[in-house]
Design a protein around this ligand. Structure first.
Ligand code: NCD
Length: 299
């Protein structure tokens, strides 16, 4: 494995191998990435993705160099191109973790980088490492991935996590996806075409109540305020789906609620103490899977 750019690049065998590596290295033994350096280059805000990559690298004995607000505090503000910044940083590090506001930025970076580039989110494009941790969460929490029914809910048009997760689920069998969204922000055609060509069944809904009792997992998402064309367009969509103990009470025994976080108001804090609320456990799986990924890319 070299660059990690989009979810479709992984085949099923690679995913299974990655999960085995994640299980084996959950408790780190030794310092396998001693003397290796990770550079995190973030042009968009992040809490979990940047800190969990950095935590994973440090737990593996490696080092981290970082610019958390690259748009302002790197030479981008002086007019340096992304390509030049990557050419430079690839002299300083053994792996670059990049978050950028442009779709396709990681692909551009990979073309000029002499070290592996990991896409940590490219605008409304993809977020493949979030999807890997989401898939790993499904496996850990439900004990399987094949055969599951999952609802993806909220802003499916701008949410890169649900796009990448759909692509990854396309590698498994007997999956059924319910896309629950207002028509203004429904799932884009590229993902639906991919699912059609991979024999994955899906339905589109406007009402969560119609599918609540059918699913093994609900994947809730934030309405991506920063990606709307106008505040009016955002206001029309926000607050449409809010998960509460009341409207989730008909979920199946053992079914879980996931969320990539951050949440705004779409998942009530009253949910947090319920066993089915898996989103903070999901955060923990993020470090585990990113450790496995760094071991694959840097070893
Ligand atoms: C997501 C992202 O950045 O796409 N967050 C994350 O990485 N955990 C989701 C979001 O911002 O809503």
């Amino acid at each position: 494995m070299r660059h990690v750019i989009k979810a479709q690049q992984f085949d099923r065998d690679e995913l299974e191998q990655l999960f085995i590596k994640a299980d084996e290295n959950e408790d780190t033994k030794g310092a396998p990435l001693q003397h290796r350096i990770l550079a995190s280059l973030f042009y968009e805000p992040s809490t979990r993705t940047r800190l969990s990559f950095e935590s994973a690298m440090i737990r593996l004995g490696g080092n981290v160099i970082t610019t958390e607000n690259a748009a302002e505090f790197s030479s981008a503000i002086k007019g340096e191109t992304l390509e030049d910044s990557i050419r430079v940083v690839s002299n300083y590090a053994d792996v670059i973790v990049l978050r950028h506001f442009d779709i396709g930025a990681s692909e551009r970076a990979a073309e000029v980088s002499s070290v592996p580039v990991i896409n940590a989110g490219d605008g409304a494009g993809q977020h493949p490492t979030q999807a890997l941790l989401d898939l790993y969460t499904l496996k850990r929490e439900l004990g399987k991935i094949d055969g599951i029914h999952i609802a993806m809910m909220g802003d499916l048009k701008h949410g890169r996590t649900v796009r990448s997760l759909s692509y990854l689920l396309g590698k498994f069998s007997d999956i059924h996806i319910h896309f629950v969204a207002p028509p203004e922000v429904s799932m884009c055609d590229d993902v639906k075409e991919y699912l059609n060509s991979h024999g994955i069944s899906y339905e589109e809904h406007e009402h969560f109540e119609d599918i609540v009792s059918d699913v093994d997992a609900v994947y809730q998402t934030r309405v991506q305020k920063e990606r709307f064309e106008s505040p009016e367009a955002y206001n029309q969509v926000k607050g449409r789906y809010i998960l509460t103990p009341e409207n989730t009470k008909d979920m199946k025994q053992g079914a879980i609620i996931m969320h990539p976080l951050p949440r705004v108001d779409e998942t009530s804090p009253l949910m947090d103490t319920l066993q089915k609320a898996a989103y903070f456990r999901q955060v923990g799986y993020g470090v585990t899977i990113r450790k496995a990924l760094l071991l694959s890319v840097c070893s």
